[in-house]
Design a protein around this ligand. Structure first.
Ligand code: B4P
Length: 190
């Protein structure tokens, strides 16, 4: 089973590369950002709570996203594997994911981190904000807050996978196809 964590700051290309990886490997895509936006568009109570935090560029509580991932793992018991996109974003989420997979006799194969500098992230997200309708992509101050949340709370997750010898970093600047080839080269070694 191939279970991949795609890691990187907001705008690094996780969602973009996930789509290409699904096509190539037939994995189930679990993006906590997409799952949360789904709750928002359905107007659920969870979605209403999450929206306040997401619009401010803040992380949603661990218990909420861990619960969503747990439900999706249970609903896809026959999957060939999963791409975790935007999850785990805290060490507590990483520990919970390991426990969930272990209870299914599975494990993370590896984490691939996309490295992109802050100026390029801001440029990409503002560009996407022009037509995505995402409030968190429209305002440079919110984008900078998201990057700060990433630096404060999410970067320690890389250390968690480094300690397990499951971490690889690649350059996230270049054409989408060039970056995809670099990711595939890492996956082929798993
Ligand atoms: P996400 O939906 O995960 O948002 P993201 O990090 O901005 O997306 P991504 O990084 O996938 O975008 P991509 O690079 O593909 O999270 C949104 C919010 O949800 C968070 O702020 C938080 O509030 C909440 N949340 C989600 N998960 C959570 C969790 N686990 N715990 C707590 N809270 C959570 O795309 C960016 C743009 O770059 C696109 O327009 C794309 O076309 C462009 N692009 C991609 N690759 C490029 C390249 N090589 N060159 C040029 N442009 C490129």
């Amino acid at each position: 089973m191939l279970n991949l964590v795609l890691f990187g700051p907001p705008g690094a290309g996780k969602g973009t590369q996930s789509q290409k990886l699904i096509d190539k490997y037939g994995l189930i895509h679990l993006s906590t950002g997409d799952l949360l936006r789904g709750e928002i568009s359905q107007g659920t109570e969870l979605g209403l709570e999450a929206k306040k935090l997401m619009d401010e560029g803040l992380l949603v509580p661990d218990a909420v996203v861990i619960g969503m991932i747990s439900n999706k793992l249970d609903a896809n018991k026959d999957a060939k594997g999963f791409i975790f996109d935007g999850f785990p974003r805290t060490v507590a989420q990483a520990e919970a994911l390991d426990a969930l997979l272990e209870s299914k006799a599975s494990a993370i194969s590896g984490m691939i981190a996309l490295e992109v500098d802050d100026d390029e992230l801001e440029r990409r997200l503002l560009l996407r904000g022009k037509d995505s309708g995402r409030p968190d992509d429209a305002d440079p101050a919110i984008i900078r807050k998201r990057i700060k949340e990433y630096n404060d709370k999410t970067t320690p997750v890389a250390g968690y996978y480094k300690n397990q010898d499951k971490f690889t970093s690649i350059n996230g600047i270049g054409s989408i196809d060039e970056i995809f080839s670099a990711i595939v080269a890492v996956i082929e070694k798993y």
